[in-house]
Every structure is written in structure tokens, then in C-alpha cells.
Write a protein that binds this ligand. Sequence first.
Ligand code: ADP
Length: 398
Amino acid sequence: MKVLVINAGSSSLKYQIIDMDNEAVLAKGLCERIGIDGSKLTHKVPGKDDYVVETPMPSHKEAVSLVMEALLDADHGVLKSLDELSAIGHRVLHGGIEYTDSCLVTPEVKDVIRANFDLGPLHNPANLMGIEACEAAIPGKPNVAVFDTAFGMSMKPEAYMYAIPMEYYDKYKIRRYGFHGTSHKFVSGETIKFGQLPEGQRKVIVCHLGNGSSISASIDGKCVDTSMGLTPLEGLMMGTRSGDVDPAVVQFICNHDNKTVDEVLNILNKKSGVLGLSGLSSDFRDVKKAAGEGNERAAMASNAFIYRVAKTIGSYVAAMNGVDAIAFTAGIGENDVEYRGWICEYLTYLGIEIDKEANKKRGQNIMISTPDSKVKVFVIPTNEELAIARDTKEIVEG
Ligand code: ADP
């Protein structure tokens, strides 16, 4: 069974085609600059040179048609006919409170994606365009929506409600939703499998640490809490996002610098985090390097990130009344041996011991704690495309 996975952004469309018999990626690619000058498709097939097509893509519809041509191409294709495709799985950012799991796309599902445009203003419209482009280009094939917010739907009200007047939940469904849900679900599931965690010992904390970062707490793969909120701005300090701040900071800057709320929110989203504190870069490699060379602001930014990760892990141990495993994933979590080590130095009170040799490895499923460690610590590379393809297969096969 072959599944096409689509992740449509406002001006881009990423895709992978996965053979679900062995979960191998047959081809993947990216359409860039959709709707603007210089549109380009880059199609990659393992063991072959990249296939690049530069041609106008006024909308996602043309982008999907080009992807189909690439998949069927005599030299670079991986399909003889579109009949070989069983289904299409779509990453959709926001399912509101309606969807607690992935589901087959129907007119009602599209209505809900549309109804949530204001909760996911950049992503939901693009995600819907991706779905409609596939419905037009590959008629008759099932499309599945995999919502990034679905994982967070198992939180209890005490975890997801903001302590503001109830009318705002009633009117606008303002609550914590959580993002990176597909990654958290995948990594917590893989942690249970790879770590062979027995029933009753499946309290897992996943640290998805990348340019965007979030942490989740889950029991038996079901989310108990997660650090992002109504939007991805809440929680940890990130590459360019501030994470938690006292909301009065917004009012203070507006009043003193004569800015609008939107302008300050833009600062909190795009100019804050390690970029804002270090004044150097949003890339943790640059900040770490500068800190190592004696740049004090970079060191402070780096330490603030580590501190917040450790503090959030601690709060989730409390939320679950314990923890059996902690997993690191995403750009920093999978690759940065030093950040992992620094975060774990805060966690010795949990009886965590890190195997320094094991922690030198990167980019593969590994246990980095010692056999005596009271809590197991893992590196589990995330794979959102595979997670989407697995959900799609499950739903299509019923
Ligand atoms: P995004 O949220 O954009 O998906 P990523 O998960 O790709 O972000 O993570 C980007 C961050 O991961 C960067 O700050 C970068 O410093 C770090 N990172 C990525 N690759 C490596 C690597 N090989 N070694 C160390 N850090 C890395």
C-alpha cells in the first residue's frame, strides 16, 4: 500500500510517498514559491540525482499536478499509474475541539478546518488548499486529515483551561490546544515500544526541541499536558519565540513604545527567544558556539533555554506524579549532545544517570541513560510524515 503524505504551507508544499508494506520512503520533495515568481519543484528519489522543475505554480492545484507528473515520470518517477496510490494523508494544523483523532476528509471535516481559520490563520487555509488540490488532481482516492492539535485533546480541563472568564471558552474556545501533536504522539509511542515500557510504567515526557520547541507529558501515549497553548507561542523559550511571558509585558511595551498588540505579538513570535536574548542568532548552534567563545549574552540565552526545559520537565513529573521515561527529539533533541547533557544535569534529583558514551550518538533510537538510572532517557528521532502515513493507512483500512 502506497500513501502520499502532504504538508501544505501558504507558499510551499512538502510531500513524501511511503510504501506502507515496509515503511520505506520511495520519493519526497518540495514545491516552493507557490503563487509567487520563481516557483520550483525539487523531487528526490533515494539513489538518484535530484529532479528539479522550474515552472509557474499559481496555486496549490498546479503544485499537486506537478507532483503527480514527477511521481509518474519515466526517469524520476516511482509510480506507473496513480492507481497504485491508496490514499493521501494531510497534515492539518488545527482541528479545534471537534477532532480528537485523525479522520477521513468529508465536506463536514472541511467545514471544521475552515471554521478554525482564525485559530490557525497561516496554516489551516493552506492545509485546506492542499486537500482540495489533491481531490481535484487525484479524484476518487481517500484523503485523511491528521490534526496537529488532536494529541492535546485528551488533556483534562485543569490542564487545558486558562483561568480567565469562562465566557471566552464558551464564545471562542480559548484554551490550551498544544502543537507538534503528531510528533509528540509518534515519539511517545516509539518510546513505549523501543523502551519496552511495561503497562503501568508508561509515564513519558517528550522534549521536542527544535527552532520551535514544546514538551508533552503523556500516560500510555495519551496526552496529559503539553507546553504550547492557544498558539505555539506559549511554553518554552524557542529560536525566535519568547515562550511564557507575563501578559502585562505586552501592555507595557505597547504603552511605552507606542506599538500595537499585533506588533508586540510579532516581536514575541519572531524576534524573541534565543535570538532576542543573545542578539546573535535563532540557531542554537551559533548561540552555543558564541557562548563557548565567551559571549556572555549568548551564554545567558543558552542557559535560560536549558533552565526552562528542565523546569517544565519538573512540572510534568508533578503533573503525572512520576515519570518512567524522558525522550529527546527534533533538531536539538536528536543532534545536540551537549544540550541533552546540560538539561539532564538538572534531573539528578529524579535518579537520572546519563551514559556519556551513549549520549555521544545522534539521529537514531538510543537509550542514553545508564542501566541503573531510575528514569530511562532516550533519543527518539521524530518522523511526522511516517506518523501521518500510519494514521492514513489505519483509517483507510478501517
Ligand atoms: P524546526 O522547528 O524549524 O523544525 P528543527 O527541528 O529543524 O526546527 O531544529 C532546528 C534547531 O536544531 C536549530 O536551532 C539547530 O541549531 C538545531 N540543529 C539542527 N541540526 C543540528 C545538528 N546536526 N547539530 C546540532 N544542532 C542541530
